[in-house]
Design a protein around this ligand. Structure first.
Ligand code: HEM
Length: 215
């Protein structure tokens, strides 16, 4: 289904404002001293949660578009991906700046004590090339390599899941990691269905061709 340009612009604006609203709410609460007893923890956890939500939303666009036939959905993917990166930057900034005041020794000690942080950092590093190459110009310049590069998002999702799971394991709190884990597994499986179907078809064609040849 195609959507008029005006409607698509309105949808994009609504998504933009909605995606920005968690950040505005956190800023509002920070200014009003309403982040609770441990504001830094609230900021790290909140920004981590939103990074994961936007990552999941970004990954769900293509399967949703294929499933519903609503091609206009694809126009939202870049924006959602960039919001993933924005919240990841806030998450990292809160950790490095507000929690550790850029003290490298302190940061390394914390990473040694809680290795799940290193996994989160690896996921963040992998997001950087995706954000840099997200423009239409980069997409054109990279051609078919662009989609190969952007498959890295699935590795980011696995690392982010491990990071979240490991962090919550320390607290014996698995409810949310299980929900997000199921969603991400479904999205990964949806990504694999196409290639598997093509592989099965190619095998069938090969068997058929050999059959015809041997007659
Ligand atoms: C794609 C990248 C990342 C994602 C999706 C992500 C996601 C998350 C999530 C969902 C949580 C748990 C929040 C909760 O309990 O509700 C979390 C916690 C945490 N993350 Fe990340 N994270 C990422 C990268 C990073 C990076 C780069 C760092 C720092 C170098 C980091 C440091 C932490 C820390 C320290 C916590 C635990 C906070 C606490 O104990 O209160 N994460 N992250």
């Amino acid at each position: 289904m195609t959507l008029s340009a005006v409607r698509l612009t309105l949808i994009k604006r609504a998504v933009f404002v909605s995606a920005l609203s968690p950040l505005i709410i956190y800023l509002w609460r920070a200014v009003g001293d309403a982040l609770g007893a441990n504001p830094i923890e609230a900021l790290i956890r909140g920004s981590g949660d939103w990074t994961l939500y936007f990552l999941t939303l970004t990954m769900s666009i293509t399967p949703l578009r294929r499933f519903t036939g609503q091609n206009w959905l694809q126009a939202l993917r870049r924006m959602l991906g960039l919001f993933t990166f924005l919240y990841a930057c806030l998450h990292l900034t809160t950790f490095v700046w507000f929690d550790h005041f850029f003290d490298l020794d302190e940061i390394l000690r914390d990473v040694w004590k809680r290795p799940f942080i290193a996994i989160g950092f690896t996921a963040f590093l992998l997001l950087i090339p995706l954000a840099i190459t997200s423009t239409h110009a980069m997409q054109r310049r990279l051609g078919r390599y662009w989609s190969q590069l952007h498959r890295v998002v699935y590795a980011v999702a696995l690392l982010a899941m491990t990071h979240f799971w490991w962090m919550r394991a320390g607290k014996q709190n698995f409810a949310e990691p299980i929900v997000i884990g199921v969603i991400i597994t479904i999205l990964l499986a949806a990504r694999l269905i196409g290639p598997i179907q093509r592989w099965i078809q190619a095998r069938k064609d090969l068997v058929l061709a050999r059959d015809v040849e041997s007659r």
